[in-house]
Design a protein around this ligand. Structure first.
Ligand SMILES: [Cu+2]
Length: 101
């Protein structure tokens, strides 16, 4: 009887441990997007704000001059193509994925 209780306890502890573990390591990927048409720092701020409000985007930095947005995102919630689409839809600028070098 005691052994059964111990087994149940261990099984529960194991499940809780696994759950906590997967919760803790949210996947994050980084993508670089070339943003064309920005004229000043204000434009960069606009793009930054739009990305900040995009679901799945964890963090982002928009560089002007440089015309590059570096975006950290959760691949389970969004993807690079979707992020490019959001920039094109919600700002006046053109966006394209930077080629991996
Ligand atoms: Cu501007």
């Amino acid at each position: 009887m005691k052994l059964a209780i111990l087994k149940t306890f261990l099984a529960t502890a194991f499940v809780v441990f696994c759950f906590t573990d997967t919760q803790a390591q949210d996947k994050v990927e980084t993508v670089e997007v070339k943003v064309t048409g920005m004229m000043c720092g204000g434009c960069a701020s606009k793009v930054h704000k739009v990305l900040n409000e995009t679901a799945g985007v964890v963090d982002n930095e928009v560089k002007y001059p440089g015309d590059v947005a570096v975006i950290k995102f959760n691949p389970e919630k969004t993807n690079a193509e979707e992020i490019v689409g959001v920039i094109e839809e919600k700002t006046d600028f053109s966006a394209e994925l930077k080629e991996e070098s």
